[in-house]
Design a protein around this ligand. Structure first.
Ligand code: C5P
Length: 230
């Protein structure tokens, strides 16, 4: 895998509470990570303008807001979020098929209105901090497919079960740990190369890089650990 191909498959979780802290990390990490994951902590602190600021650093943005509400509210919220130029947005699959469909439709309508490429709508299945539940994983993956989601957020160990029922799913995979690092609150973890070898389209890396003494060096080591992959 060439470095450019790898970069678009690596998302850095900017789980910090200010725009300045996020942009400082992003400036250091953009050579290695093509995707910036913005959760509600950073989004609440920095506002929607953080999306354009990260795009200026050549990163596409995964807005990890895990929307879950009545379908109308999710659809209207997703529409406004679609206008700001994000590449990925997620919804809790447990919100049901009608809610997911409203989110998918709202997101693409908003992007279209603002002249942005269609973002990738993702359904959150079973959190990587929860124990495995394959029956639930499969039924939520079927629902995501039926609702028009492009893919799912799942653990590396879930990918084959997801693809058994949703073959074309884009898989966004958190719960990534370098071999030598601790698990924190994650239960189902994989190393970066294990997750990519298992078929992850994008891996989400957080504390193993952002909490390192030298995040740039940790990112470089992560990329080096992938050099044996196809
Ligand atoms: O620091 P760590 O690598 O555990 O960060 C994982 C990131 O991925 C966090 O921002 C967390 O909110 C997110 N996430 C997750 N499991 C999911 C969906 C998102 O851990 N199913």
């Amino acid at each position: 895998m060439g470095d450019r191909d790898v970069r678009g498959r690596l998302a850095i979780a900017l789980d910090v509470d200010s725009a300045q802290a996020a942009l400082d990390l992003a400036k250091n990490l953009t050579p290695h990570f093509g995707v910036a994951k913005v959760g509600y902590e950073l989004y609440a602190a920095a506002g929607p303008q953080i999306v354009g600021q990260l795009r200026d650093l050549e990163m596409s943005v995964f807005l990890d807001l895990k929307l879950h509400d009545i379908p109308t509210t999710v659809g209207k919220g997703a529409r406004v979020l679609g206008r700001i130029g994000i590449s990925y947005l997620n919804f809790h699959a447990s919100g049901g098929e009608a809610m997911l469909r409203a989110g998918v439709d709202g997101l693409s309508a908003g992007a279209d209105e603002a002249g942005h490429p269609a973002p990738v709508p993702l359904a959150v299945t079973v959190l990587t901090s929860d124990p495995p539940d394959m029956t639930r994983l499969r039924s939520l993956s079927v629902m995501a497919r039926e609702a028009g989601c492009a893919g799912v957020v799942c653990a590396a160990t879930d990918i084959s079960d997801v693809r058994a029922v949703f073959p074309a799913a884009v898989t966004m995979v958190p719960g990534i740990r370098m071999a030598e690092s601790g698990r924190d609150d994650q239960v189902r973890v994989a190393t970066p190369s294990e997750a990519l070898a298992a078929g992850a389209d994008v891996i989400v890396v957080g504390r193993s890089v952002t909490a390192a003494d030298d995040p740039s060096a940790a990112a470089a080591a992560l990329v080096a650990s992938l050099s044996g992959l196809g």
